[in-house]
Ligand binder design. Structure first.
Ligand code: IDC
Length: 321
């Protein structure tokens, strides 16, 4: 147990993103840094932590920060599929999260704690667990400043409309707010985090510094979803792309580079935050690493899949702006 490491005592490295930009806020529909300037998170999402915990370590994060220009990491903690809620050892996940958050803080990177619902489509299925989990992690990381809380990855399925998700959010957000009055909270939207345009009619009332997530996979999601995103923003809804890839929505299949280019232009134009799926060597085209890659940092061209090389170049480009 490493309970003794307390986040508040961990000093961010000098010149690191968090050292330079501090606590983030939502202003209108945009993210701003501590000095009030527009700011973008461009990061990498882990794959499911039950399968790929090994990438949560300092060498990996440092490499992504220094060589790819990544300023944030998303820790995808599945709730189902032998995850936090239906697996044997929830405390093991909390320890991985702890390692991830402490490491990110030390490296001065932002970090999302992602309650990764997926096959458990309805956030209410594990609402009690979510209340308990977010109550405890927000207490542990209270005031850290670099932690974002994503309370439901992708609500989906019949009857899981915005009102349904909203009632879950209205319950969970206050539990986090007791410990983290200012941290950014990310709320998933119906249809696998696509219905951001449904939020404006009735956004969560609970607090400021809430953003709503949109996820895209360029092979599946095209102009229609880009239009939803723009509509949501013009209706006043702050949107974060907390997960995307350039494959189809299965996470496999061919890359759709033309659609990816359109998304890329939109991200640049609207200055949106985005997180690439996923940091793993799984045999699927959205994985950033090839199955033969067994190193955890120093990734060379041959360690990367075509998606991995695209994401690396995109992250570098975002970082250069
Ligand atoms: C996929 C993984 C795949 C895994 C599957 C089910 O890439 O290896 O078998 O989940 O656990 C999402 C989800 C994300 C999916 C991804 C690709 O947030 O968990 O990962 N995707 O299907 N939303 C749209 C696509």
């Amino acid at each position: 147990m490493q309970q003794d490491i307390s986040i508040q005592g961990v000093k961010p490295e000098k010149g690191s993103p968090f050292d330079m930009h501090g606590c983030l806020d939502v202003s209108g529909v945009d993210l701003i840094d501590a000095s009030g300037q527009p700011y973008r998170l461009h990061g990498i999402s882990t794959h499911g932590l039950q399968w790929y915990p090994e990438y949560v370590n300092e060498a990996t994060f440092r490499f992504l920060r220094d060589e790819w220009g990544v300023n944030a990491i998303r820790l995808a903690m599945y709730t189902a599929e032998d995850g936090y809620c239906d697996g044997d050892n929830p405390l093991a996940f909390e320890q991985i999260i702890r390692t991830g958050v402490v490491t990110a803080r030390h490296l001065g990177m932002y970090v999302i704690i992602d309650w990764h619902i997926l096959k458990d489509n309805d956030p209410d299925l594990y609402r009690e667990d979510a209340l308990d989990f977010f109550g405890r992690v927000s207490a542990e990381y209270s005031g850290a400043g670099n932690v974002l809380y994503e309370i439901c990855n992708e609500p989906n399925g019949y009857g899981i409309d915005w009102e349904h998700v909203r009632s879950y959010a209205e319950d969970v957000i206050p539990v986090i707010r007791r410990n983290e009055p200012d941290a950014i909270i990310l709320v998933g939207t119906p249809t696998w985090s696509q219905d951001v345009d449904a939020v404006a009619v009735h956004p969560v009332t609970a607090s400021d510094n809430v953003m709503y997530t949109l996820h895209f996979y360029s092979g599946t999601h095209k102009q229609e979803l880009r239009d939803k995103l723009l509509r949501a923003r013009s209706d006043g809804t702050p949107v974060m792309i907390s997960e995307f890839s350039i494959t189809d929505a299965s996470g496999s299949g061919p890359l759709d580079l033309n659609s990816a280019r359109e998304w890329k232009e939109l991200i640049l134009k609207e200055n949106l935050s985005c997180f690439a799926w996923s940091l793993s060597n799984r045999k699927e085209s959205s994985a950033l690493l090839v199955p033969e890659c067994h190193v955890l940092s120093g990734f060379e061209d041959e360690d990367l899949t075509p998606a991995g090389r695209w994401m690396r170049d995109f992250m570098r480009e975002l970082n250069a702006r």
